[in-house]
Design a protein around this ligand. Structure first.
Ligand code: HEM
Length: 162
């Protein structure tokens, strides 16, 4: 593999494959649930990290929510952007900060299919935190056209598997 681009040094701790065996999901309008998710952060030597987040049903392993995209750092700053396409027909552009081994992101643009189901997602907030060298945590809050302000949707800890 090529060396990690120097612009990505602040994100080096994310690179790898991570597996979450017991995520918890909720929202005021749905039933609580558990899920599994495999997350990969990879690179090809360019100044961006590419990622995939593939979730699955806790009991059956059936594929559920899937996301793919890129992380970019504004050169010379701690400001970063996430470009994220989701299998449910959403495109998320979020920005935020990387501070040590923690990232906070909030969407400024959410693109949506003309035939998307209601409620529409109107905001996404994420945090990623390295709990220890082998444990990554993600927490997601969101706002929808039916539910404001933002409420908790997802919390999961992943173990590094590669
Ligand atoms: C429901 C958005 C990630 C599992 C929902 C709803 C929305 C949504 C808008 C419907 C809420 C309502 O009816 O009021 C999102 C967004 C995500 C995300 C924007 C990523 C940023 C995930 C992930 C899972 C998941 C990773 C893992 C399995 C569910 C489940 C429901 C749900 C089980 C309830 C059943 C259903 O209505 O399909 N989500 N979701 N979501 N989400 Fe997510």
């Amino acid at each position: 593999a090529p060396p990690l681009h120097e612009a990505l040094t602040p994100l080096a701790w994310l690179v790898g494959t991570w597996r979450g065996e017991e995520g918890t999901g909720d929202y005021p309008t749905i039933k609580d649930f558990k899920y599994k998710e495999e997350v990969k952060f990879d690179h090809v030597g360019q100044p961006n990290l590419e990622f995939s987040f593939n979730s699955s049903h806790y009991e059956t392993g059936k594929p559920l929510h899937r996301e793919k995209g890129f992380l970019k750092i504004q050169p010379g700053t701690s400001h970063l952007a996430m470009v994220n396409t989701q299998n449910v027909g959403i495109v998320e552009l979020s920005e935020g900060e990387v501070k040590g081994q923690e990232i906070t992101l909030e969407s400024h643009t959410i693109g949506r299919m003309t035939f998307g189901k209601d409620p529409a997602v109107t905001k996404i907030q994420r945090t990623f935190r390295l709990v220890d060298p082998d444990t990554l945590e993600q927490v997601v809050h969101m706002e929808t056209s039916a539910t404001t302000p933002a409420q908790h949707h997802l919390s999961i800890q992943y173990k590094k598997v590669a």
